[in-house]
Design a protein around this ligand. Sequence first.
Ligand code: FAD
Length: 369
Amino acid sequence: MTNVAVVGGGAVGTTAAYDLARQGADVTLFERGELGSGSTGRAAGIAYDAFAEDVDARVADRAVERFREFSRQGEFEFRETPYVWLAREGDEKRASAIREQVPRMRDHGRDVELLDPDDLAAEWPALRTDDVAVAAVARDAGRVYPETYPPLLASKAERAGARVETNAAASVRTDPLGVEVDGEERAFDAVLVAAGAHTKRLLADAGVAVALKPYRVQALTTADGPDVPLTYDATGGFYLRPYGDGLLAGDGTEEVESDPDDWARDADDEFVAATREGIAARTGHDADVTDAWAGLCCATPDRDPLLGELRDGLFVASGFQGHGFMRSPALGEAVAAEMLGGDGIPEFDPTRFTGDEEFAIVEGMTVEE
Ligand SMILES: Cc1cc2nc3c(=O)[nH]c(=O)nc-3n(C[C@H](O)[C@H](O)[C@H](O)COP(=O)(O)OP(=O)(O)OC[C@H]3O[C@@H](n4cnc5c(N)ncnc54)[C@H](O)[C@@H]3O)c2cc1C
């Protein structure tokens, strides 16, 4: 039986731990805080399968399928909610990107279609549509409360035989392969580093360079709000989702590398003001903001994840840009399969980079290609 350590109890690490354990691996998951206390607990919980590249579409399709499966089991809610993305009049660049993406998504079997502004208004009267040049809708989409996912997957992993250690900060050791926790060296046959924004630093401390850059993004919630789909206003550069009785809105990307141990947890005033204006422009609703925060996402040079084996027995799962939560059920499953001898996802092979590449951070949730 393979003796495996998973470092990181976010959406990806807990999924991988569950899939490893249910297939017979001897798994220990280490989480330095509480489960979901990293980026997953700060995410917006928007999930969809509207991706134009073949591999992305397959991954997202599988992720939505698993979210639905977990939801049917009754311990977690994936609430079916269409995803609409749009470009405004005058923004020809993004409008033509949307027109070009939709047929490619359909070629990959995605249930997406272009909507003219009148159809959009008819389906969602609360959305302002008179400034919309083009919109598209994906029906295989939904919303979840992301903080509920890691505890669920960790408990499934435990039921499958895994050990879950929280408040257990791990360092990675490569020779011999293992982790050090509370001053104790523990040897493992394989180690998966799924430590979100800390992945680069943890691996660097072990002498392994990876092409990752953490960066800050922001979100807020409102006390009340109209009935909207999951909405991405590509021209305005922000998204909306229903959240309790109100809305959750976000983006506010800071395209500079953040220190994973030293970054501003609260949202910037400018972000809050601009997002309130965006909500008002898109829905006519003057939002009363109840909470506003920041979190870290992780960029890679080509905006695809680093997922797979870095060197003998040492695996990584990070670099998901703004799309790590929605793909986690599939990404965790794929890296677990690779650790057990399968192929993984060749396009996301982390050794395609040396780790010393210079690159700019480009926000993940964008329709510009
Ligand atoms: C405001 C915001 C909104 C977002 N919205 C969405 C969205 O709607 N949809 C979407 O798909 N994505 C969204 N994202 C991105 C998403 O949050 C991430 O891509 C995803 O949560 C990454 O999951 P993860 O498991 O890789 O990382 P994390 O959730 O960060 O998990 C890594 C874990 O590793 C732990 N850790 C770190 N160092 C150590 C160590 N030394 N030892 C042990 N444990 C360690 C951390 O405490 C953490 O819990 C959003 C992000 C933010 C910030």
